[in-house]
Design a binder for this molecule. Structure first.
Ligand SMILES: Cc1ncc(COP(=O)(O)O)c(C=O)c1O
Length: 489
């Protein structure tokens, strides 16, 4: 007790010596806002104590323990550690054998690249950061998908770079609204970001559609930043086509990594591959990327040492097994959620997510999807991410990497929640099995998009309110310690 008092009085006197200090944070720090991380790290709601938590929120395939990395890659990293050769700094762009392995991994016949076209990064996020930083100046803009992975805007905004959204169309398997995309390009646009397969939609673009996107890029002389972190992560019968393989004129910076398909997000191994058959990037962008890589002084060398083995030797059966789990969950969730009044799931074709539309006319007591998500946590201990995180209203995103029995349980609880809260107007007969077709059109989406700053402020504000609420789960409960969910598995 004496010590405590002493510490407190020391704290008091040291705080008086700090008077006069005014240390503010940078504009970059103040303008950096990541909606997913914000909600995961600060959302502090008490789930229903009678129900174990099932978190369908974070795109981390490792949290439930049902999906494990291949033994081949664990052995490769162990060997890399044991060799003692990979403890020092590497070149800023990465060791040559590791870059060579990535070049081979992403090359397709007719669109081959080599190690000089590869920059290793600390995860795909870092790759995206470097690409955006290399192509855009403050005041310029980059086209991004809506709904889309929010990190693009998080990274750009911090750098004073704007993002302009182009709509995806749910009724067309989330293909790009090409007319809308082209209409949004202006004299300050410097690149089009294409995410295929998509987070949050789980959609996979076909060749014809990718070519149409490339045609727009070509007409406007805009390079593509391709976020291909879910490369080859597609259901049987679907085809993943690297966008760079379809063009010899449009320069492409593709961002990828081990994170998702190899089930090791924490290893932080990502890359940029430069596809530039026309040498558009030769004058400046290549050098720019190299200079920017010197800010991060290279990526994790232990994983670099293992990369050639990881990329060459991971058995196909491993990938097939993962996809099988996700596809089964997708089919299960789709069939169950399609029968719930007011919900309209959109069946994915790959990646690990499903978007579920919400007809709010059936849930009038809720003002937005965030309120639905919050109430569902409180009542059913099921946590999905609100559409707001992806810049779209009236949707939630569910993660499909959970064990099958948790998926079933989660869907049953979502059904219970919807039945409890659904209100039927006279024009909507009770027993309506799903949200009416076409009630969420592209134009509805663009008019209802959550892109304006007041919505972002609203999300900020609500998170701050949540943060202050008394709770019985930790603030990081949704992010990493999926203990209740894991126990369910
Ligand atoms: C579309 C997309 N791009 C990039 C990333 C970031 O990947 P990484 O964890 O390798 O930084 C994610 C992670 O969820 C993602 O979904």
């Amino acid at each position: 007790m004496k010590d405590l008092n002493k510490n407190l009085s020391n704290a008091k006197s040291s705080s008086s010596t700090t008077t006069g200090w005014k240390v503010g944070s940078s504009t970059m720090a103040k303008t950096t806002f990541n909606p997913i991380r914000n909600i995961l790290e600060t959302m502090d709601l008490a789930p229903n104590p009678k129900k174990e938590m099932i978190s369908l929120s974070i795109g981390d395939p490792t949290v439930f323990g049902n999906l494990k990395p291949s033994q081949v890659i664990i052995d490769a990293v162990s060997a890399s550690v044991q060799s003692g050769k990979n403890n020092g700094y590497g070149p800023s762009t990465g060791f040559v054998p590791a870059r060579k392995a990535v070049a081979e991994h992403v090359s397709v016949p007719g669109a081959e690249i080599d190690e000089n076209d590869v920059i290793l990064c600390s995860g795909c996020s870092c790759a995206l950061d470097l690409c955006i930083s290399a192509l855009a100046n403050p005041g310029q803009n980059i086209m991004v998908p809506r709904p889309g992975f929010p990190l693009y805007t998080t990274l750009a905004k911090g750098l004073g770079i704007e993002t302009k959204e182009y709509d995806l169309i749910p009724e067309q398997n989330w293909e790009v609204d090409l007319t809308h995309m082209e209409s949004q390009i202006d004299q300050n646009t410097v690149a089009i970001l294409v995410n295929n397969p998509s987070n949050p939609c789980g959609s996979v673009f076909n060749k014809d559609h990718l070519k149409k996107i490339l045609a727009i890029a070509e007409r406007h002389y805009l390079p593509i930043i391709a976020d291909e972190i879910y490369d080859y992560f597609v259901f049987p019968g679907q085809e993943y086509i690297p966008i760079a393989s379809l063009t010899s004129s449009v320069p492409v910076l593709s961002c990828g990594g081990l994170t998702k398909r190899f089930l090791v997000p924490g290893w932080r191994m990502g890359w940029i591959t430069i596809h530039d058959r026309n040498s558009v990037f030769a004058a400046e962008v290549r050098k720019g990327l190299q200079c920017l890589s010197q800010r991060i002084i290279g990526s994790n060398t232990i994983v670099q040492g293992a990369l050639p083995t990881i990329l060459k030797n991971t058995p196909k059966a491993f990938f097939d097994d993962t996809i099988d789990v996700i596809q089964k969950n997708a089919e299960l969730a789709f069939s169950k959620l399609s029968t719930i009044p007011g919900l309209k799931p959109v069946m994915p074709s790959g990646a690990m997510y499903m978007m579920v539309g919400i007809d709010r006319s059936i849930f009038p007591e809720f003002e937005n999807d965030l309120e639905i998500v919050e109430t569902m946590v409180k009542e059913q201990s099921v946590f999905c991410l609100p559409g707001k995180c992806f810049n779209i209203k009236d949707y939630v995103r569910i993660v499909l990497t959970v064990p099958g029995e948790s998926m079933i349980e989660a869907c049953d609880r979502i059904a219970e929640f919807c039945h409890k809260h659904a209100k039927y107007s006279s024009s909507i007969p009770k027993g309506l099995m799903a949200m009416s077709e076409g009630s969420s059109t592209a134009s509805d989406m663009s008019s209802s998009s959550a892109s304006n700053s007041s919505d972002e402020e609203d999300l900020h504000m609500r998170q701050n309110q949540l943060y202050r609420k008394p709770t019985n789960i930790s603030t990081s409960g949704f992010l990493r310690k999926e203990s209740t969910a894991t126990r369910l598995a």
